[in-house]
Design a protein around this ligand. Sequence first.
Ligand SMILES: Nc1ncnc2c1ncn2[C@@H]1O[C@H](COP(=O)(O)OP(=O)(O)O)[C@@H](O)[C@H]1O
Ligand SMILES: [Mg+2]
Length: 314
Amino acid sequence: MNAPVTAIQIQNVTRRFDELIAVDDVSLQVQAGTTLGLIGPNGAGKTSLLRMLATLSIPDTGDVLIQGLSVIRQPRLVRRLLGFMPAEFGYPRGLTIHEYLEYFGALYQVPAVELRRRIQDVKELTELTARDNVAVRGLSTGNRQRLLLARTLLHDPQILLLDEPASGLDPRARNELRGIIRTLASLGKTIVVSSHILPDLEEVSDSVAIMEAGRLVTHGSLEQLRHTSGETGIQTRIRVPVEFLEAAAVLLRAHSSVVSCEVRSPEVVVRAEEESGNELLRILISEQIPILEYAREALDLEDIFMQSTAGRVT
Ligand SMILES: Nc1ncnc2c1ncn2[C@@H]1O[C@H](COP(=O)(O)OP(=O)(O)O)[C@@H](O)[C@H]1O
Ligand SMILES: [Mg+2]
C-alpha cells in the first residue's frame, strides 16, 4: 500500500468575529481519499471552519494547506481543487435545472465541449432525476440538495467540502445521500462533511472530528474515539429478574474492570474493559443470580459525542 498522503492540513487556525472566537486554534489533517465527519452542535464553528478551507474566509491566525497549497497565499489554485457545498442555498431565480448547471459550469470554467458530458455525469452521480427543463425553485428539498451537490461536482474536484448536506431531508433522502457520499468516496475523493446529526455521518466517515464552541474536542477514527472516550468502548447489558437488579449492580461495581454500572430496570448496563464480559457473567453466576439475557455492544458515535460534549447538544 502507498503511504497515506495528507490532502488537507489545518494548522492552528483561529477565526474571530469581534469578541467571539468562532474557530479556536484548530489543527487537523485529512488523508487523501478519506472522509472526515465534522460533528458539532449549532454554533460550534463548523461552517466557519469549512469556509476557510474553501478560501471564502481568511483565518486570523494559522493556515490551511490543500494538497500543499495555502488557502491564504494560493486561493485561486486551491479553488480549482475543491468543491464547496454550502448549507444555505441561494440560486438565481427563474432558471431551469439545465440552465443552472450550465451557468455554474461556466463559472467554474469547464470547457464548453466538456460541459454537456460533465452535466450528464454529475446528474447521474447525484441521482438527480428531475427533468432538465424543470424550474429550480420548484424542486423538492431532496432534489434541491442533489442539484447543489451536482453543481459542486461540475469541475470534477478531488476534494469535497459538504456543509450539512442532509439538513432538511427526510430519513429516506438522508439514506440516499449517504449512498451518494459513499459513491463519491469510492471514486477516491477526499470529503469533509459536516452535520449536527450524528447518524448521518457515522456510516460514511473514516474519521470524525467533534467541535464545540470553536474548539476541536476530539479527532480520530471511530475505533480510536471509542477507546479514548473516557469510558471504555464496550457496553454490556445484562438482564436479571427485577429483585436481583441491585444485588447484581453491587457485585459488578466491585469488579476492578468495571468503569460504570447503572441499573436501568430490567437491566444493568455495564461499561467495562473489553475482555471482561465472560468474567462478569461468571461473577453473577457464582452468586446465583439468574441471567435472563446478555448482550454486548460497541458504543455508537452518539454515546461518544454525548460524552465529549457533556450532553450540550442542541
Ligand atoms: N459572519 C459572522 N459574523 C459574526 N458571527 C458569526 C459569523 N459567522 C458565524 N458567526 C458565529 O460564529 C459561531 C460559529 O458559527 P458557525 O461556524 O456557523 O457554526 P456551525 O456551522 O457549527 O453552526 C456562532 O456563534 C456564530 O454566531
Ligand atoms: Mg453551520
